[in-house]
Ligand binder design. Sequence first.
Ligand code: GLA
Length: 362
Amino acid sequence: MARERSAAFAPGRVNLIGEHTDYNLGLALPFAITEGVTVHAQAIEPGGQGGATSAQASIEAHARDLDEHDEFPLAAPARVEGWRAFVRGVVAELARAGFPLVGARLQISGQVPPGSGLSSSAALEVALCLALIELGSTGPPARTRDGLDRIALARLCARVENEWVGAQTGLLDQLACLYGAVDTALCIDFRSLEIQPVALELHGWRLAVLDSGERHAHASSGYNQRRAECAQACELLDVPSLREADECAIAVLPDPLRRRAAHVIGENRRVRQAVAALSAGDLPALGRLLDASHASLRDHYEVSTPAVEATVRRIRAAGAVGARLVGGGFGGIVLGLFAPGVSPPDGARGVRPGAGAHLLDA
Ligand code: GLA
């Protein structure tokens, strides 16, 4: 018997440092945040004539924050745009991967504003995956994610972004969401997919994010173009990824490819330095690395905007020791690091590392 109900929570993420490195097989240092997306699922036909093979089974989804609905046949979701593309893509990719699914009514709610750079999309994909897999499973009730291959799940969610939403994003957001843990950042090596927990001890310092007010969508920003530029640089350098690129060799690249490669190589180095700074409890050094990362994203990778720059200035004016745009860029939030006793500007909110994606009591 499949279940009657299931529920799952998946967090958004803040990337402390290591931007646009994931699809270049480099390094990043994200953490899952305490806010995220919750999905409640109810089987439409409990016990199962609504199984994946049933032509009549359907998925009804309600996005509570938007008060919008979607309904589509489980066996053949058609392509659409907006949040519906994520739901349909997750259902299609889970079925394609062989997960038994049942017809379901989904209630989706969240505290991560879409397009803000906190990765609401990965949170949505992962929460949907966990809730739908659990609803369709017939074994004893699962309390944890044990038994699920989280790397495979992250790849499945990335396929949803790539093939259903049209954003050629990497695995950063999904891995942070699936592997996140309280008080912990994750040093991810995207070449080996090794994930090293790093204690995020701030000794009274605070991390806060301020929204630039500018929303982005990776599918329609310059994100895919940046990814294509990196691929072009690899071709010219004859290396499989920019992880393999030699810093001296990139001088032969034409502009802007040279600057794109310089960003990636420098950013990988900054991730290693940030891990060292955290281990040494040297928060001022972490602040300087955030500043250097932002300067490189602005000047080399060219993913900042006037609204993001104005937000960086506001955070700095409030006394942050370091600030940088977070996520793909072209809008979204700016992260600032504040010493004890220094208050983030009005409208900023504190972020701290929380638990990774998990099932909830349904
Ligand atoms: C977005 C993408 C990630 C990553 C970042 C930039 O968040 O979803 O895969 O590429 O941008 O670091």
